[in-house]
Design a binder for this molecule. Structure first.
Ligand SMILES: Cc1ncc(COP(=O)(O)O)c(C=O)c1O
Length: 372
């Protein structure tokens, strides 16, 4: 059997990782400014994480959601404390798309409305409702087209208010910082106005923090720069450092109903053990603060270079060029041995593990300069 060939691959076989570095099958080391697509939060093969996962799988990897799972309760308590959302509920699933799918459903169950408001350049995942509220038409299959969605410009509060005034919008979904859209940071005042407009019209505000959350922005959630509280927050990627897991943080305005949401694998024992250790490491090693510090250093240094625009917060940085970045990125990878991400044709994305040090950042700048 062959693999279904949907990914354009680099001819590199990564077999080992440690901290912010990975190695290929020939023993070549790479500096990881990509974090496997913003997934590696506490660093590759962190010993505490490895121990937690290994011990848990030897004890009990999985049992179903029909019995008490104390690890889920421990994770909820810890996440509530670390994120500042103690009074919210937690619902666990397996991927970012599934998180947004459930968030959109929960919102619609709540206010019994059908239309969703989303933003231009947004990305929310590949499943049916999540892909429909994604502003990339080629990802949307005919079977996904049923959901009614309106896309407006990011930061355009007038357009948002006009749509919400119609009274049929169930939820507004917005990324804490747009990732695939090219690291577009929403204006803090816009976020406050958006919160207000949603409250006034009983519209559910869903914050997709799948890429921008879990400390990446230099705060636990990117929307916390604006000082707002959404009704639902979706998380994935960094939550379990690469083991598939995702979650919804749900405001106490929602009442849980048996059977309304559900999953086989979501919140399994192995994932919970990994996710608890991730939060412990984030706290112990002050990784949110580190993302803020090293991110600020990177932003300052990168702004000195001949780049059209440098955008971002913390360790979520976009470097937009006037020309396509394919050549620079290829040089970075094959000559300078640095992994980076992309957004569109002209923007490089930096999404390193949150343990990136100032020395790693200096090393990256040195190697990056050699490619310009
Ligand atoms: C902002 C955002 N939302 C949703 C998703 C989808 O997550 P997943 O690929 O885990 O389904 C992603 C993935 O890149 C993302 O960046």
């Amino acid at each position: 059997m062959n693999l279904f060939d949907v990914y354009p691959l680099f001819d590199i076989n990564i077999v080992k990782g440690k901290g912010c570095h990975v190695w290929d099958d020939k023993g070549q080391e790479y500096l990881d400014l990509y974090g496997g697509h913003a997934v590696i939060s506490v660093g590759h093969a962190h010993p505490k994480y490895v121990k937690a996962i290994s011990e848990q799988v030897a004890q009990l990897g999985f049992y179903s959601n029909s019995v008490i799972n104390m690890l889920q309760r421990q994770l909820a308590a810890k996440l509530g404390k670390v994120s500042g959302y103690d009074d919210y509920f937690l619902f666990l699933i397996n991927s970012g798309a599934e998180a947004n799918e459930n968030a959109l459903k929960l919102a619609s169950f709540y206010n019994n409305r059908r239309r969703v408001l989303s933003f231009k350049k947004s990305f929310h995942g590949r499943t049916s409702a999540a892909v429909r509220v994604t502003d990339i038409p080629k990802y949307v299959a005919p079977v996904n087209e049923g959901l009614s969605v309106t896309f407006v410009d990011l930061n355009d509060i007038k357009a948002v208010r006009e749509e919400l005034a119609k009274g049929d919008v169930s939820s507004v979904i917005i990324e804490g910082i747009q990732g695939i859209g090219g690291i577009q940071v929403p204006n803090d005042q816009f976020m406050r106005d958006l919160r207000e407009a949603c409250t006034e019209t009983n519209t559910v505000l869903i914050l997709d923090e799948i890429q921008s959350g879990y400390g990446r922005s230099g705060k636990f959630f990117a929307h916390q720069y604006a000082g707002i509280k959404p009704d639902i927050i979706t998380v994935a990627k960094g939550i379990c450092n690469g083991f598939p897991m995702a979650g919804l943080l749900i405001s106490p305005i929602f009442t849980p109903v048996y059977g309304q949401l559900g999953t086989t694998f979501g919140g399994n024992h192995l994932a919970c053990a990994g996710a608890i250790s991730v939060l412990e490491i984030i706290e112990e090693e002050k990784l949110v603060e580190n993302a803020a510090k090293v991110g600020a250093f990177l932003l300052e240094e990168l702004k000195k270079l001949p780049i059209k625009e440098v955008r971002g917060r913390g360790l979520m940085i976009g470097l937009e060029f006037d020309q396509p970045i394919k050549e620079i990125r290829t040089k970075l990878l094959f000559e300078q041995k640095v992994f980076t991400g992309v957004a569109g044709t002209n923007t490089i994305r930096l999404l390193p593990p949150l343990c990136l040090t100032i020395d790693d950042a200096k090393e990256f700048i040195k190697r990056f300069k050699a490619c310009l």
